[in-house]
Write a protein that binds this ligand. Structure first.
Ligand code: 9MR
Length: 559
């Protein structure tokens, strides 16, 4: 009985590495034997083991551990009285398709460009949002750029299911992909994305990053260094293709968070692109100039928050699109100071890094970027010896933090770090799984202790099917993938399959969109419905960490 088994046996629907842990979860808690089968024939038998704790729904699960089975091939897992799982592979490059696909997804998110058939296949589409005539919104007006001034700000990635471009969210997304390259340069040089720039000199991942970075640089006002918070229509448009949305686009109010996020990313970029000065002459230098200028603006304007409701009381037209309205920019200061210190070696930036020990409670999110600063510092060994003690302390903090996540993860129903805490299941919960994975990869790189790598892989397994809903949350992959993401082109293009490589937001019992989820158990609160923007939207800050995680794991398996 394939159908009931497939919905009850939860595993990475794509595959496993010969030498790595292999785990499936049986949601019924059944005990007894399980079998691994190749074309129906049993090739391995193991014993199911009950979970020590129940899942969030109250149900104990059982665990099928077949790590000892290492022969490459295509298999199913069966349990008597339960049925048969979806098929999976054991292979040396088990997740390479997902790794490449989640990166290629950024190409599909490009604004101001047509997607040609040779790169986009059946998802080819016309260009949308040229953004070469963007208006300065009254909230952003000043003497040099009065309201209605036309500026050019083309390119970049669409943020999510909507077509707007937000600097704050672009910051963490772009930084995550830059870090993927920085942390695994040799592997990333081999990753081919089939994008228009693929035959040029730089690694493909860097060309994709450049598409967004170049847009981000245009969001700085050259007159004062300040950075517009977002480029947006006044209200969200319909579920239509990009070229159909021709509403006026604005840049709105400058904000401290936008300035610091741009400062951090462009400092990091300056470091990386310095290595490609021959291919992109002067680009690294201009990134660093933008960075220092934005940082200076933030120092002069240290607490300009983006408060959309207040803004709308003062200025017309009212703007009702996403806010990314961070209320606390101390972590943005830390991140930008860390990146600028690393890029320049200047003590003035080091002095601004606030080292208070408290508050390191969250993996990175668009509103909490503290850990991105720690990541930058943790591998800055080449810098001033006077600061080495502090840098060593950062490494300890990162490892301690990783340990908090890992400890006891083997007792919960899905045997992952993600499924340890209820609190992980908020809007965009899948990005928490991915960002925890990144933290664990960083801890692995610092210690070479395999437990971190194994739990990073377990969180990837979580995203690809070993979870409370039974979905593979990456479109286009696995036997039961997300099919109806809240994503305008995927809904409007008339193609049955959604655009591939996109990570759904994931379980979130909040129902901010008023769409009923099938279960309010936190890890089951997911619905594959394109109206459910609180569980099933896609977004660049969710795709970037899953792309990092899948590529990092592929790279590390090959080491
Ligand atoms: O990811 C954001 C999430 O943390 C917030 O809770 C939510 C509501 O403010 O907004 C999410 O971001 C959305 C953004 O505002 C507009 N584009 C789509 C984003 C993903 O849903």
């Amino acid at each position: 009985d394939t159908s009931s088994g497939a919905s009850t046996i939860r595993l990475n629907q794509i595959g496993f590495y010969p030498g790595a842990p292999k785990t499936a979860i049986v949601t019924t808690g059944t005990t007894g034997d399980f079998q691994i089968r190749k074309a129906g024939k049993v090739v391995y038998t193991g014993k199911l083991k009950q979970s020590l704790k129940p899942g969030f729904s109250g149900q104990y699960t059982s665990i099928a551990d077949f790590s000892n089975f290492t022969t490459p091939g295509t298999y199913t897992l069966t349990v008597k009285g339960v049925g048969q799982s979806y098929p999976f592979n054991i292979s040396n490059s088990a997740n390479s398709g997902v790794a490449t696909g989640t990166l290629k997804a950024f190409y599909f998110m490009r604004a101001s460009a047509p997607l040609e058939k040779k790169y986009a296949g059946k998802w080819q589409r016309a260009s949308g949002h040229p953004d070469n005539k963007v208006l300065v919104h009254p909230s952003a007006a000043d003497a040099k750029r009065p309201a209605g001034t036309v500026i050019s700000s083309p390119g970049g990635w669409y943020d999510a299911g909507d077509y707007n471009k937000y600097v704050v969210n672009s910051g963490i997304s772009t930084a995550t992909l830059l870090s993927l390259y920085e942390d695994f340069p040799e592997y990333m040089k081999t990753v081919k994305l089939n994008i228009p720039e693929s035959n040029n000199k730089l690694p493909d991942v860097l060309y994709e990053v450049l598409w967004n970075l170049r847009w981000m640089l245009t969001m700085q006002d050259p007159n004062d260094g300040g950075v517009y918070h977002k480029l947006t229509t006044a209200k969200f448009d319909k579920m239509e293709m990009p070229d159909k949305d021709t509403a006026v686009r604005y840049v709105v109010q400058k904000s401290t968070a936008a300035a610091l996020d741009l400062a951090a990313v462009s400092a990091q970029a300056s470091r990386i692109f310095k290595g490609f000065d021959k291919e992109l002459p002067g680009f690294a230098d201009s990134c660093l100039k933008v960075s220092e200028y934005a940082y200076q603006w933030a120092v002069k304007n240290p607490n300009v928050l983006y408060e959309q409701d207040a803004m709308n009381k003062q200025f017309k037209p009212a703007v009702t699109t996403g806010t990314y309205g961070d209320r606390n920019v101390s972590d943005e200061f830390l991140w930008a100071s860390a990146e600028l210190y690393k890029a320049t070696g200047k003590d003035e930036y080091f002095g601004k890094i606030n080292m208070t020990k408290s508050e390191m409670v969250s993996v990175p999110t668009w509103s909490n970027v503290k850990l991105l600063g720690y990541y930058a510092l943790a591998d800055s060994k080449e810098l001033d010896p006077d600061h080495r003690l502090i840098l060593a302390d950062i490494k300890d903090r990162l490892i301690n933090f990783a340990d908090i996540f890992v400890s006891g993860a083997d007792s919960n129903a899905y045997q992952t770090v993600m499924t340890k805490f209820k609190g992980n299941f908020n809007w965009g919960s899948n990005s928490n799984a991915a960002n925890q994975g990144i933290l664990l990869i960083k801890a692995y790189k610092l210690t070479r202790n395999k437990k971190y790598l194994d739990y990073a892989l377990a969180n990837l397994d979580y995203l690809l099917g070993r979870n409370g809903s039974g979905y593979c949350y990456v479109t286009g992959f696995g036997s039961k993938p997300t099919m109806h993401p809240h994503h305008r082109p995927s809904v409007a293009d008339g193609v049955v399959d959604p655009i591939p490589g996109l990570l759904a937001g994931g379980p979130n019992p909040g129902m901010q969109d008023k769409i009923q989820v099938p279960s309010t158990a936190p890890d089951e609160a997911y619905i594959d419905d394109d109206r459910s923007y609180a569980t099933n939207e896609i977004a660049i800050n969710w795709n970037a960490p899953v792309a990092y995680l899948a590529n990092a794991i592929e790279a590390l398996q090959k080491e």
